[in-house]
Write a protein that binds this ligand. Structure first.
Ligand SMILES: [Zn+2]
Length: 379
């Protein structure tokens, strides 16, 4: 029998024992051993999990990194426990969320050293049938701020299967993407790199976009700082993230669909994004407070998460993922999900109006020597 040893240091197993399950050993110095075969039952308290035994073994063997200093990585404010034992709907492992007292940034704690096993069921038809609408709205917002591409260069960070690259290219942009899992976008003929460093030689870019990718990154402040060096004078930056300070987050707390620990390592607020942009000499230009598919699903699936024992069934069905829930839960999700989404439409509108939706989308522009000269010239 394969055994998972729990020596000093963090591991998901240790989290299980120290958190939701409570350690079977009474003293912290004890090093209990847990069989891998027992983990699905232990971590999910009887719920069905789709994470394989091999995946659990891999996760079990990994170490996690607790936040070394409990200070905010964006503004250096103090971090305090905000939510405890938030469950990952894929593996069942549980994570705390710390929150900055100043800018409101949420930090998933501890942070897995290897994230790949937590993405076992993540990829696929991520946005389902709303892909085309989402891409059209995004390029419309980009065009509203920057004008048409006209041969200028756009970098989409975390480009997924290349859906946005395709529509941006159709609007005149010369496009490049980055994506850890680059095969899908490359098959569509796009130039895709695995990191910002790899595409640095292609700089400067006139526009850089992050469509729900920044929250997955280890050091978002460093990433934005790198992007600053890749963007042309007067170049543009677009960031879309779930709004940790929004109504959905406050209403559903640990059941909020878009919390998605530990894949979302950080949980941004408008204030934390603003501070990060200013630190990297970007000037915020505009904010929007909804992306309809994210916001509708955020309301409907999070409400279902309060009602059903298995999380995210409706979302997984819509995005054509393997769903291990019982037939009754699937039926309830298929019937209630669309109904709840329809009922949520006024809430999406209200959240947008109150600048407190499920999604936060920010446009910013680099403040460079060239732009200062141009500003001075127009004064
Ligand atoms: Zn902060």
């Amino acid at each position: 029998m394969l055994l998972c040893f729990l020596p000093n240091g963090f591991s998901p197993c240790r989290l299980l024992l120290a958190g939701s399950l409570r350690a079977p050993s009474k003293r912290r110095s004890d090093h209990p051993r847990v069989s891998v075969e027992r983990l699905p039952r232990l971590c999910a308290k009887g719920r069905n999990l789709s994470c394989s035994a091999a995946g659990l073994q891999q996760i079990c063997s990994m170490r996690l990194s607790p936040s070394p200093a409990k200070v905010c990585p964006v503004c250096a404010g103090p971090l305090a426990l905000h939510m405890s034992a938030v469950s990952d709907h894929i593996t069942g492992f549980r994570f705390d969320i710390l929150k900055c007292a100043i800018c409101g940034l949420g930090v998933t704690d501890p942070s897995p050293e290897q994230l790949q096993p937590y993405y076992a069921r993540y990829y696929g038809s991520r946005h389902g049938f709303t892909t085309a609408y989402c891409a059209k709205r995004r390029i419309a917002l980009v065009s509203k701020v920057t004008g048409e591409g006209s041969g200028r260069r756009l970098l989409d960070v975390g480009c997924g299967d290349g859906t946005f690259l395709k529509i941006a290219k159709a609007h005149g942009w010369e496009v490049t993407g980055t994506e850890l899992n680059a095969a899908s976008a490359r098959r569509s003929g796009f130039e895709v790199y695995q990191s910002l460093d790899e595409c640095a030689s292609l700089a400067p870019f006139d526009c850089v976009t992050f469509w729900h990718s920044l929250e997955h990154m280890r050091d978002p402040r460093e990433v934005i700082s790198k992007v600053r060096n890749l963007v042309a004078d007067d170049g543009f930056l677009f960031i879309a993230v779930p709004d940790f300070g929004g109504l959905q987050s406050k209403a559903f707390k640990s059941r909020w669909l878009h919390l998605d620990v530990p894949r979302h390592l950080y949980h941004f607020t408008a204030s934390s994004i603003d501070k990060m942009l200013q630190q990297s000499e970007f000037t915020p230009l505009a904010q929007w407070h909804q992306e309809i598919e994210y916001d509708l699903m955020g309301w409907s699936q999070s409400a279902l998460n309060l009602m059903l024992p298995t999380p995210n069934v409706f979302f997984d069905l819509l995005t054509r993922k393997k769903v291990s829930a019982a037939a009754l839960q699937k039926a309830v999700s298929w019937i209630s999900g669309p109904l709840l989404s329809f009922v949520s439409l006024p809430l999406v509108w209200l959240g947008s109006l109150a600048r407190s939706g499920g999604t936060l989308l920010v446009a910013a522009q680099r403040v460079g020597p060239g732009s200062q000269r141009r500003q001075a010239a127009t004064n």
